[in-house]
Design a protein around this ligand. Structure first.
Ligand SMILES: *Cc1c(COP(=O)(O)O)cnc(C)c1O
Length: 231
């Protein structure tokens, strides 16, 4: 049986390989360990293997783990759907939110971010595949939403995030990630100083790195299958 530490080591090697193939420095890609539906104990193991940044999708589950792991200097990223009645707790407990997909949510996070904390790092989530069932703003809405986030106090616009439609076809994976990269380049041309492209999961992170991902969000490839089928 492989350990979490061994799997993290293997992923770091694959990241380095994909970066090398793309002519990028491996240091330009950060690994976010997605611990949703995993117990706090396995996150602690990942910490012991050198991991600091953790992604969570469900607020209550995340708050429970934060309490259990409060002895560790972890950086928490919220990557799940943001409901408006949860913005206060999210703004108070996380360093990053990757999943801001409408202005109202951004405004509520900005109002709720405590002044004594550094600005909340925010990515705008984009629905790159255009499926109506998917979360995220539409590609054509992205620039306006990013500009609005940038103008809000206590938030720091970092860039864009997407969860493309799953496909095992590498060319299709690349195409969807390329769409997000093109929108990211628009933000940069417009002077928004974005530095983050949050894209790529266990099954497609190599394609995401090839298209410029700066944060990849990896769950099952580190922690194994999730305990809860719903997650
Ligand atoms: C669950 C999840 C991940 C990780 O997915 P894996 O396929 O397990 O790597 C990444 N990003 C988001 C937004 C998720 O919900």
């Amino acid at each position: 049986m492989t350990t979490i530490s061994e799997r993290m080591q293997a992923i770091r090697c694959l990241i380095a390989e994909a970066a090398h193939d793309a002519g990028r420095s491996p240091g330009s890609i950060s690994l976010l360990a997605v611990g949703k539906a995993q117990p706090a104990g396995v996150l602690r193991e990942a910490y012991q293997a050198g991991q600091r940044a953790f992604g969570e999708s469900y607020l209550q589950e995340a708050l429970d783990k934060m309490a259990t792991l409060s002895d560790l200097p972890l950086e928490w990223h919220f990557i799940g759907p943001v409901q408006s009645n949860k913005t206060r707790l999210i703004a108070g407990h996380f360093a990053w939110v990757h999943s801001v997909d409408r202005l109202k949510i951004a405004q509520r996070l900005a109002e709720a971010r405590p002044d004594r904390q550094p600005p909340l790092n925010v990515c705008v989530q984009v629905n790159v595949s255009g499926e109506p069932s998917k979360r995220g703003c539409l590609p054509q809405e992205t620039l306006a939403l990013a500009q609005a986030v940038k103008a809000l106090p206590r938030l720091r616009l970092r860039g864009l995030m997407a969860i493309p439609a799953p496909t095992s076809d590498n060319a299709r994976q690349r195409l969807q990630f390329a769409r997000l990269r093109e929108l990211y380049e628009v933000l940069q041309r417009e002077g928004l100083e974005a530095d983050t492209l949050s894209m790529g999961m266990s099954d497609d992170f190599q394609a995401a790195i090839a298209e410029g991902a700066t944060i990849i969000r990896i769950g099952s490839a580190i922690f194994g299958p999730r305990l809860s089928a719903a997650a």
